[in-house]
Design a protein around this ligand. Structure first.
Ligand SMILES: C[S@@+](CC[C@H](N)C(=O)[O-])C[C@H]1O[C@@H](n2cnc3c(N)ncnc32)[C@H](O)[C@@H]1O
Length: 236
């Protein structure tokens, strides 16, 4: 089973909860000034923590994720203006959106080609005056501050986490015992802001603003934990 598909992911990251999602969404929606009633795609939505809140505050939301377990959990919240679909990021929902959000490092798990297909798919589904938000980790900060080994005790489970970087990917290994031994691996591409700029340029998209954390402080390559990019279609 995939790490993101497993219940243990949600135990380890239980602090990454609805409160964190709500705080960030409130701030980013205020900054972007997107009209209530607009259509938002939450691409790689997980169990839907951002989608659910976006719908609650008045948007029409579609959340997609490749994890069937996540989508099944999210579907418990479905209603007329909130739906969830299990699909890959490169698949088309056959809809057009005012906003497409890809949040909390939900990009770069496959390869360069897949990234390009994803951006093409995002561009295709975005209205001409639409806005994209991509929230990735600041890989330079992560590498400079790499916590190589860490133990976390959550819900009586002892998670032993190891991290490493080889310049191309950042790897995480998660080991624990819950009646039996478990080992999960996560591998995400080491993408810089320039890599993203190059991806976006190919599809006539442009980064118009960056933030470095969920409180919307300015992005600073040395000190920011996050790389949050606001992207729009380039005007001809
Ligand atoms: C770190 S989680 C973040 C989930 C959610 N955005 C949140 O903030 O709670 C990354 C998510 O990306 C999804 N994902 C990874 N690769 C994907 C792909 N190729 N297509 C669709 N979803 C993918 C995983 O299943 C997982 O739910």
């Amino acid at each position: 089973m995939d790490w993101f598909d497993s219940d243990y992911y949600h135990i380890l990251y239980k602090h990454r909860d609805y409160n964190e999602a709500r705080n960030f969404i409130d701030k980013i929606i205020k900054y972007l000034n997107i009209k209530k009633g607009s259509k938002i795609l939450d691409l790689a939505c997980g169990i839907g923590r951002h989608s659910i809140y976006l719908e609650k505050i008045g948007f029409k939301v579609v959340g997609t994720d490749k994890s069937l377990n996540n989508i099944n959990k999210a579907k418990a919240n479905q209603n007329q203006s909130l739906s969830f679909l299990q699909m890959e990021m490169i698949e088309d929902t056959n809809n057009r959106y005012d906003g497409i959000f890809n949040l909390f490092t939900s990009f770069g798990y496959v390869n360069h080609d897949y990234n390009l297909k994803t951006i093409k798919n995002i561009e295709r589904q975005l209205k001409d005056d639409g806005i994209i938000v991509v929230d990735f980790m600041n890989t330079l900060f992560v590498k400079n501050n790499l916590v190589i080994e860490e133990t976390k005790v959550i819900d009586d489970l002892i998670f032993k986490i190891k991290r490493r970087s080889d310049g191309k990917h950042i790897y995480k290994e998660i080991k624990f015992n819950d009646k039996k031994d478990y080992l999960f691996r996560e591998k995400v591409m080491d993408l810089s802001i320039n890599d993203f700029k190059n991806y976006f340029k190919r599809y006539n998209l442009k980064i118009v603003k960056t933030f470095g954390d969920y409180n919307l402080n300015e992005f600073d390559i040395q000190n920011s934990k996050r790389l949050i990019m606001i992207i729009k279609k380039s005007q001809p």
